[in-house]
Design a protein around this ligand. Structure first.
Ligand code: SF4
Length: 266
């Protein structure tokens, strides 16, 4: 069955099949009996399919250098990338680097950041971050994980975004979409993002980590939603042990698939 002409290319009606036992019973989709080799092969097959489904996957935050990406990533907490992209042109025109931002007028900064929500906390974060960059790294963003995670408000997720997208150092970005999807894929049972990152690093070749993260996040935003997964329109269905946690009927599922604009929710 092919998708209706109006469906995006990443929506692929599946051949009707029954929901998996895990989807029917609510059990964990992780199969402890699957050998590491079988899991790795299945993971690589699914990762290849994600490259076909989401060839355009990329970092959706606008930036021109590592400093801008670091700040934009901190601002993206609890809001959409699109909203961040609306405020950062004004922010970086006014405060183009860490030195300028470290000396920002708090009231003016809060006014610029207001549309992103939690603007007082975010103003604190970016001020503290910029001051630390000036004091400890000559105003430059360090290109090492060990240094990045010493910056206030920067955890491994943010550090991996910056490493992968600004410095070309492969990184897995374990955000809520990524964690949810790899658990649904039955690749890991871990909930802790650091443990998830370590397990997925064993399954996916290092050079693919950054683009793989974008593809998984795109799939989570557009097809495999937290509440109603579009299983019946999912190109990964045949390898996914969670198939059936959302509607398996292709027509129903296609209605759940989101377009890039509509899916930009976090
Ligand atoms: S949409 Fe359904 S089949 Fe596709 S990855 Fe998510 S849970 Fe698996």
């Amino acid at each position: 069955m092919s998708a209706p002409a109006s469906s995006p290319a990443y929506a692929r009606p599946t051949r009707a099949r029954r929901p998996t036992p895990a989807a029917r019973t609510g059990a964990s989709p992780y199969d402890p009996g699957e050998t590491p080799l079988a899991r790795t092969r299945r993971a690589r097959r699914m990762a290849r399919e994600l490259t076909v489904l989401h060839p355009d996957a990329h970092c959706e935050l606008d930036f021109t250098n590592a400093f801008e990406l670091l700040v934009a990533t901190v601002l993206s907490a609890q809001t959409t990338d699109k909203m961040v992209n609306k405020v950062t042109p004004t922010l970086f025109a006014r405060y183009p680097d860490a030195v300028a931002l470290a000396g920002a007028d708090r009231e003016e900064l809060e006014t610029i950041l207001k549309p992103t929500g939690f603007f007082r906390a975010k103003a604190n974060s970016v001020l503290g971050l910029s001051q630390a960059l000036v004091e400890r790294f000559d105003g430059e963003v360090p290109a090492r994980m060990a240094d990045l995670v010493t910056l206030p408000g920067v955890g491994r997720k943010t550090a991996n975004v910056v490493l992968g997208n600004a410095f070309g150092v492969p990184g897995l970005t374990v955000d809520t979409h990524f964690g949810r999807l790899v658990r649904r894929f039955g690749w890991t049972e871990e909930e802790d993002p650091v443990k998830v990152e370590a397990e997925i690093a064993q399954l996916v070749p290092k050079k693919e980590w950054t683009d793989f993260s974008h593809r998984v996040i795109f799939h989570g935003r557009r097809v495999c939603h937290a509440k109603k997964a579009a299983c019946g329109a999912c190109g990964l269905a045949q390898w996914c042990p969670s198939f059936g946690i959302g509607p398996v009927d292709p027509e129903l599922a296609l209605k759940l698939v989101k377009t890039p604009t509509a899916s930009d929710t976090e």
